[in-house]
Design a protein around this ligand. Structure first.
Ligand code: VGL
Ligand code: ZN
Length: 205
């Protein structure tokens, strides 16, 4: 059973969005081409309440990019993004959603962020995705989407910890690179954790 997990391909992560990922829109046609080659397609959405603690706007005298302590945990502050029900939180235009069998929404708890699609950033709460994927007989898990050095990274690391044979589709993801080198460091971390790298042409020739 080969599964594709499409991470956070949402308007706010496109180059014109609130938290722009450079070339983020380039992943859409690649992901559409990939989908028919999988037994199961799952997607996630970053889905924050407007008063979410990861928004700089919700803390006086702060700017996006700054780090604060949120409920005892280090938290990078971001621009307001992916607010529940807004256009920014919707899937990117052109993303083929018909084959998506389950959608996991995350980041709904005000006092904790959730980069990984499996757990929040302190592993307090399980989204259930790991159990779902195991129940569905997942053998190989392929990740794609946005952002490579944030939500894709943490999802891939958790996937390895949960024992999945994990792949990153390298041309179906893009990173923010908030601090220069973040994307390279993310790749290194994934490599060290046993994530394998593939190109879409190896899956969908
Ligand atoms: C993400 C920053 C904040 C992501 C979500 O989807 O990579 N990045 N929230
Ligand atoms: Zn977010």
């Amino acid at each position: 059973m080969r599964v594709l997990l499409i991470v956070d391909v949402q308007n706010d992560f496109l180059p014109t969005g609130a938290l722009p990922v450079p070339e983020g829109d380039a992943v859409v046609p690649v992901i559409n081409q990939l989908q028919p080659h999988f037994d199961l397609v799952i997607a996630s959405q970053d889905w924050h309440p407007r008063d979410h603690g990861s928004f700089a706007d919700n803390h006086p005298n702060t700017e996006p990019g700054q780090t604060i302590t949120l409920d005892g945990l280090e938290q990078i502050l971001w621009p307001v993004h992916c607010v529940q029900g807004t256009k920014g939180a919707a899937f990117a235009p052109g993303l083929d959603t018909l084959r998506i069998e389950a959608i996991i929404r995350k980041g709904m708890e005000r006092k904790i962020d959730s980069y990984s699609v499996f757990f929040d950033n302190d592993h307090r709460k399980d989204t259930g995705l790991g159990g779902y994927l195991k129940a569905r007989g997942t053998e190989q898990l392929y990740l794609c989407g946005l952002a490579e050095d944030v939500c894709v990274l943490f999802s891939a690391l958790d996937a390895r910890n949960l024992g999945f044979e994990t792949y990153l589709v390298t041309d179906a993801t893009r990173g923010v690179d908030l601090n220069k080198g973040d994307i390279d460091r993310a790749r290194q971390q994934m490599h060290d954790a046993g994530v394998q790298f593939v190109e879409s042409s190896e899956i969908a020739p």
